[in-house]
Design a protein around this ligand. Sequence first.
Ligand code: NAP
Ligand code: ZN
Ligand code: ZN
Length: 352
Amino acid sequence: MDTIAVKAFGTQSAEADLKQMQIDRRTVLEKDIEIDIMYCGVCHSDLHFARNDWGMTQYPVVPGHEIVGKVTQVGSKVSKHQVGDIVAVGCLVDSCRSCQSCKNDEEQYCPEWVGTYGGFDKHLNSPTHGGYSEKIVVDEDFVLRVPKNLDLAGIAPVLCAGITTWSPLRHWKVGKGSKVAVVGLGGLGHMALKLASALGAEVTLFSRSTNKMDDAKALGADHVVISTDEAQMEQAAGQFDLIIDTVPYEHDLNPYVATLATNGTLVVVGYLGPLDPMLVTVPMIMGRKSVAGSLIGGIAETQELLDFCGEHNITSDVEVINIQDINTAYERMLKSDVKYRFVIDMKSLKGS
Ligand code: NAP
Ligand code: ZN
Ligand code: ZN
């Protein structure tokens, strides 16, 4: 099929830095939308994927799944968006549309879901490439409306960091009277604080870092517990209805399970892999406590979140960077040195 060549930033191997490259996008099909990318957030998953932390990366990789841009072309059967609209694309660009998960508006659990990068484009017959690029072409069913009142760089991280924490908050029915804790104050963590607090919950942050206390309070935390301080952890025992754990690397979940209330749930959204040390079942059995996982969110739920952000004036706290600074940004993210999400201004790629 016909393609157009666009500039992108990506990598050819786990060890190499990201650098400028050229990729092909399909020309618009009947239901496709071509988007000129304005901003793209930098998720820790981009780094995991570029460096093959999950052992499944096929190169070359162009990361990026927190995309905001302007519609430049629409296919003949597009009805949801028009040329000139500001729109967004998150982690999903297609799914089977017919399985039970798709019917339930939970396309992220469709066995055939197509990731924005590292997925498979059935039209092009090649891997999908993400938002660190000038343009992207996406089926209209996976393109979202952006509230008009919000800063566009700040809205980009809602597409992954936001929805990944919103989905468990909604699934476990968090609202007024709920006691929620968040583990780790990074991209996901800071959105979780904002969203849980906007839903009316009493919110606690667990952090290793002693220097994030004031920021956490400003972001919506009522309390901060330093997770490396055993006395503070003991004081937090038996409290939380829901804990959202955003830590990207292997760590011990047992001290957090101890802080769940009876019937509480610890939902892991960060680390992907086997646990070491393993879970101790005693407190789970003695308190009917659960340990669960959760993956991003569906398209309808992501639109619900964007609308909620518009109503409550919620955006991400961002550091806007040029694409040429992406490798430094990855190193800083590994040191938790970002307040609290890098977002690439894609003008920097166009001018290069
Ligand atoms: P991030 O911005 O780097 O934040 C992670 C935070 O975790 C850090 O700020 C730090 O907070 C804490 N942390 C980092 N390393 C740690 C360690 N070794 N031990 C304990 N705490 C540590 O990352 P992010 O973009 O929020 O992503 C977090 C994770 O979620 C990544 O693994 C990402 O791949 C995953 N993710 C999952 C989904 C999903 O659908 N489930 C979606 C998006 C991302 P403190 O300094 O406060 O401790
Ligand atoms: Zn992400
Ligand atoms: Zn499906």
